[in-house]
Structures are given as C-alpha cells and as structure tokens.
Design a protein around this ligand. Structure first.
Ligand code: XUL
Length: 519
C-alpha cells in the first residue's frame, strides 16, 4: 500500500491528510485538525495569532507551530496507520509569514533529540521570538520605500507578480532590519512558515519553492529566482539569509531521525512546502488554465492557474508560482461572508431565509444595485467603507439580499477577466458554497457551469497529492497532473447557468461597472 502525507499549517490550525493510492484505489485514509488556541493555550493566541494594541501588528509564535507538528506526529502514530509505509511528505502553510533564526539553528536542527519535545529544542535558535503573519498591516511606510526603490508599483508588480503589500515578506523584513538592527544582524536565516516547517521535518534548513516564494515581493516571477534588486531594496545582506528556491517537486531528502525514532516514520521523502493558496489549487483539481476557483469565505477569493507570468492591470490581484508548474492568479475581496452576514442580520434572517429571498426575487433585481463595501475593499481598492445603493429601498430585505449577492458576483466577474476572460467552468469551495442559490447567481453572472468541491481541507490534500506526484517523479514515473488529482477532487454538486438570467446579467454588467467605479 502506498501512502502519502500532506500537512497544512494555516493561521488557526494544523491539518494532516494521508492519502492511499493503489491502482484504482485512491482515497483519503486519515484527516485530523489541531486547533492552535484549544490545543496550545500556553501560547496565548486568539484565532492562532497575537494582535497587538496598535490594531496593525499581528504575530504568531513559531514555537507553537513546531509544537503542533510534534503533537500531530503523535496523533498519526497512535492512529493505527503504518507510518513506516508513508512514501513522501510535504505541506503548505499560511503565506507571507516569516521566521527568523540565528546561526546556531543549523546545528539545533541536525541534532534534534527524540527524547525531548521539539519546540523546546528550537527556543535558543530564534533570533526573533515571534513571526509577523499575513494579517499584519504595520508596514505601510516600508511598502512605500520598497515601491520607490523598485521604480514604482507597476514595475514591482511586473517583476514579482504583486505590487508592494504590507503582509508580503519584503516589507516585513525591511521593517525588522531597521527597527531591530542587532536582531537582524543575529539572523542567519529568514524562513517562510512553509520552509520553517519543512526544515523541522528535514532536520536541516529546507529550500523554498516558487508557489510560496512569490508571496514575498522578492522573487523574479518569470525567472523563479531571487531578484537581486528587490533583495537590495529590502535589507542589507539579505541574499545569504534566504533559502534557495527549488522546484516544487524537488526532493529535499528523507525525514530526519528525530521523527523516525520518536514516531516510527520510515525513509519518507520530503519536498519543499508551498503556500496554502497554491496548494489548495492542486487540492481542488485546478491544474489546467481556463478553469476558475471561487472560495466563499470570510473574504471571497477568485483564483486560477495561468500559463504565463502575468499581473493584474488594475494592481489589485496577485500572481504566484503554481506548485503544479506555471502560475496562479488570485484576487481577494474583503467583503465576502462578512458582507452577506451584515445584510442577513440587518433583516433578521437565517441562511434559509437568505436563500428564500434569492428564490423570491428576479435575476437583475429589476435594475436595483448596491456595492458591497461594508469594510474597506481590496478589489477594487476602496479605502473608505460605505455601501452605495441604486433604486433600492434598504428596508426591503429580499431585494437587499439579492443586491449584495449580485454585487459580489459581478465584482468577481469584472475583476477576474485578467485571470480567465471566459472561464469554461468554475469550481466553488468555502463555507458559503453550501448555499445553492448563491452559487446559481454566480453561475448566471459568469455564464458558466459551477461545480462544487466536496468539503475537505483542499490545501493539505493538495500537499499529499504533490507528495505523490514528486515521489513518483523521483522514481522516474512522470504522471500528468490531471491523473494526479483524479478521484480526489470529484464534485458533489453541479449547477448549470440559466440562459434567461445569463442574458439579464450580460446587460447589467456594464451598468454595475459604471455604478461601482469611483466618481
Ligand atoms: C494570501 C493570504 C492569505 C494567507 C492565509 O495572499 O494572505 O490567504 O495565505 O493563510
């Protein structure tokens, strides 16, 4: 029996997924989630992070992530699975977060002692006890400095796939190097969360791969290597502190003796960990350009594989490397479930009532429209929150519900044309994808079939599938990505667009674009 293990170290939890592949048998045999706040109260996190009083600085303790990996290996060992049969392991992690290690970290990783807890053995190696994570937005000044050093927003976006963002790692490193020069001087290695976790498994400093390295504003996206100019503009002597960038399917080596002796792993091969969004692309089966993914969560995201390194002409989206080769584009809308819930709650509805409102109102809402900006919006960039209405009585709950969902779907369509001008199909996932009526509006606005991915952790499944692909490749068997994901990404619901509604939205889209553009 061939088994492969994937992890996902996300903001709030660590997930492990084990898949079994034996001829026609392709199934998930283990999935477990460790919630950081509940499992590790001693680190004092809320939703996996520590938010400071300034409302902008958000960090997490890397020691907690190490403790979680150790604990998860214990859960795996007592699950009845034969860990010695796991052939390959990789993972994914929340993107952008950085971990700062001193010169002694190399030895600490090499000499991990199975008789002692993992986290305690790393404490002396951290040159900064906390890791700034993607929710941190304290680096606006550093973004401005970086942007001007790199010749402006458009030049930086062309080079790295994104304009400067507060959460991206370059701005974070720049801030640390200038705010704590002696801490930076003591730093021998700056890892992303992904390469830090991979280093723990490998027992030595692990490389990065292009999927996660492209979330730093430091990688030349087309060349898939560090941009000397971006490194120079970020912090002194940064090149020697960063891990190398290897192919996503390269083999780092075998799992370290610590894990073998302590938990019974065999000689499993390790690959570089990726970012959670690139990994979810694989876990959702989005491996061919032209297919779009939509995740309906706290924020909504629209993403898809693209063949060439592009960038969003409006400057709102990101392009990352795809761990399946090629690239992935991603656009994030801050007003996702958050905005849907605002409207739902304002009219005293539950989700069934929300769905009933969508069923009782016509496509196009009789020309009524609203913008969904209950909080400042990322896409399009709207700095001041504020909902605009047109021909809409705000006490009319049913029409308000339709207006918010139509606005979100039209914004997704308008701002994803640079990713896929006319997607052949859309794969929907995330909490709000349980709502069939919302998916119907999206299918009608895009004029495309929606298939819903069965609920599971797409990022850790994606990692397990990557481990399978890379291990087979190392053995000389090159498996097409469609065949890698086959059997694991079957949809549980299909929704066809309604031709009459598609025609309504085709007329409405330019009107919404005009209404929602800034005067
Ligand atoms: C992507 C981003 C988040 C994190 C969450 O750019 O910041 O999606 O990856 O884990």
């Amino acid at each position: 029996m061939a088994t492969y293990l994937g992890f996902d170290s996300s903001t709030q939890s660590l997930t492990a997924t084990v898949i079994e592949i034996a001829g026609p048998i392709r199934r998930i045999v283990f999935e477990h989630v460790l919630d950081f706040d509940a499992a590790f109260p001693e680190y004092g996190t809320a939703h996996g992070v520590v938010a400071s009083g300034d409302g902008r600085t958000v960090t997490a303790p890397p020691a907690m992530w190490a403790a979680a990996l150790d604990r998860m290996a214990g859960v795996l060992a007592s699950s009845g699975l034969d860990l010695s049969a796991i052939r390959a392991i990789t993972g994914s992690a929340q993107q952008h977060g950085s971990v700062y290690l001193g010169a002694e970290s190399g030895r600490a990783l090499r000499e991990l002692d199975p008789a002692r807890p993992l986290a305690a053995q790393l404490e002396g190696s951290l040159s900064r006890p906390v890791s700034p994570v993607w929710m941190d937005c304290s680096t606006t000044a550093e973004c401005a400095g970086l942007t001007s050093a790199m010749g402006g927003e458009a030049a930086l976006a062309r080079l790295t796939g994104s304009r400067a963002y507060e959460r991206f790692t370059a701005a974070q490193i720049r801030k640390f190097a200038s705010a704590d020069p002696s801490g930076y001087a003591r730093t021998d290695r700056v890892h992303l969360v992904s390469s830090f976790m991979a280093s723990l498994l490998a027992g030595r400093h692990a490389p990065l791969e292009p999927g996660d390295a492209s979330g730093m504003n430091l990688m030349d996206l087309a060349a898939r290597r560090w941009s000397p100019n971006a490194l120079e503009a970020t912090a002194p002597d940064l090149a020697r502190r960063l891990p190398p960038i290897h192919d996503s399917w390269s083999v780092i080596g075998e799992i370290a003796p610590y894990w073998r002796r302590k938990y019974g792993f065999g000689a499993a091969l390790l690959m570089p960990w990726s970012g959670d969004n690139p990994s979810a692309l694989v876990g959702l089966g989005l491996v061919t350009p032209g297919v779009l993914g939509i995740s309906l969560g706290t924020s909504d995201t629209v993403f898809g594989p693209i063949a060439q390194p592009a960038h969003d002409p409006e400057g709102a989206g990101h392009v990352f490397g795809s761990p399946a080769g090629g690239y992935m584009a991603l656009t994030c809308f801050a007003n996702g479930s958050l905005a849907r819930e605002r409207v739902r709650d304002a009219h005293g509805l539950d989700w069934d009532g929300f769905s009933a409102a969508l069923r009782s109102t016509p496509a196009g809402n009789g020309g009524a429209m609203m913008t969904p900006w209950f909080v400042p919006e990322i896409t399009p960039l709207v700095a001041q929150a504020g909902v605009r209405r047109h021909g809409l009585d705000e006490t009319d709950g049913a029409r308000m519900v339709r207006a918010i969902v139509e606005a979100q779907a039209m914004a997704m369509r308008l701002h994803s044309r640079w990713i896929a001008p006319k997607p052949a199909a859309i794969r929907a996932t995330g909490g709000a994808a349980v709502n069939r009526e919302i998916l119907q509006v999206i299918a009608d606005v895009f004029g495309a079939e929606i298939v819903r991915a069965a609920p599971r952790n797409a990022a850790s499944l994606g990692a397990a599938l990557r481990a399978y692909h890379a291990e087979r490749r190392a053995e000389g068997e090159l498996i097409e990505w469609e065949d890698v994901v086959a059997g694991f990404t079957a949809p549980d619901l299909r929704i066809e667009p309604d031709p009459a509604a598609v025609a309504v939205y085709a007329r409405m889209l330019p009107a919404y674009q005009k209404f929602s553009s800034n005067p």
